[in-house]
Design a protein around this ligand. Structure first.
Ligand code: UTP
Length: 292
């Protein structure tokens, strides 16, 4: 049973500057909701009951977003705006179910995850990176939780990426594949295209054993001088803890990049019955010609 989810939100978001100078990257909006809300909704749909955010200075907007806002709520109530009231109330994380932990320095994803080590009671937990937005009929984490019930060890959502993009990901060295599952014999962070063991890359959804905190606690610097989660997974593989890649059904948008964020906006607008009728005319009446 996976009941706890960790959301690391303490990164710099430097690829999205200046937008992310005063606003957390995870609060960037896709259509009408911030990225972190998509991730929290996905976690709720998978049965998560405890939400741990790894934050840093300047990320307070995330905490506020999931809190109640009594001033706004009473104005909406007084004005009879019940739909809006329901909308903002449904965002709340129930009292006592959210925890905000500070990462003092952005030392890497592995270090951010390690910051949650004292707060997870179960043997396994979910990890969601909000800048990966996943559009799916069955939410990605729910698919993973179902698949994980037949597995042991660590699980990571994977996609196949173009060879020239492997150097942005943790990449699997594949032992066997069966259905949607890929059994890894090794994993390497940000390999060169020439030496990458495959094009099967990890994206921002994981189910991890709490024993991952042990190798992460070594604080070994990996690719880019950061403490890498991938290195912790590799150490566990060396200790015979399996790593399963999971090819989920759905589309993933890397909203940590401008192109991915733009794709996500267009894809979600196309899926929104209110916006869809306008999308074509918006594109065709663009004043800036796309060709040339
Ligand atoms: P990224 O690798 O996208 O890094 O982190 P980043 O700092 O957010 O963005 P860039 O590369 O500077 O543009 C993936 C996720 O891990 C979190 C980020 O907040 C993001 O959700 N993270 C990363 C941390 O919480 N702490 C870290 O030290 C690094």
């Amino acid at each position: 049973m996976i009941k706890t989810a960790v959301f690391p939100v303490a990164g710099l978001g430097s690829r999205f500057l200046p937008a992310t100078k005063a606003i957390p990257k995870e609060m960037l909006v896709v259509v009408d909701k911030p990225l972190i809300q998509y991730a929290v909704e996905e976690a709720k749909a998978a049965g998560i009951e405890k939400f741990i955010f790894i934050t840093s200075q300047g990320k307070e907007a995330i905490e506020d977003h999931f809190d109640s806002h009594s001033g706004l709520e009473s104005i909406l109530q007084a004005r009879g705006k019940t739909d809006d009231l329901t909308k903002i109330r449904s965002i709340r994380i129930p009292e006592g179910q959210a925890l905000f932990i500070r990462q003092h320095e952005p030392l890497g994803l592995g270090h951010a995850v390690w910051c949650a080590r004292h707060y997870i009671q179960e043997d396994a937990f979910a990890l969601l990176l909000a800048d990966d937005l996943i559009q799916a009929t069955t939410p990605c984490l729910k698919q993973m939780v179902q698949a994980y019930s037949e597995e042991d060890g660590n699980m990571a959502a994977v996609i196949d990426v173009p060879k020239n993009e492997v150097n942005r990901y943790g990449v699997l060295n594949i032992l066997t594949q069966f259905g949607l599952k890929v059994c890894a014999k090794a994993v390497v962070e940000k390999p060169d295209a020439a030496t990458a063991p495959s094009s099967t890359a990890i994206i921002g959804r994981y189910i991890l054993r709490t024993s991952i905190f042990e190798p992460l606690g070594f604080k070994k610097q990996g690719a880019g001088g950061e403490i890498q989660l991938t290195d912790g997974l590799q150490t566990m593989l060396g200790a015979n803890v399996p790593l399963t890649g999971f090819r989920f059904n759905g589309d993933r948008y890397d909203c940590g990049t401008k192109v991915g964020w733009l794709q996500a906006n267009l894809a979600l607008a196309a899926a929104d019955p209110e916006l869809r009728p306008y999308l074509e005319s918006v594109m065709t009446t663009l004043k800036v010609p796309l060709a040339g």
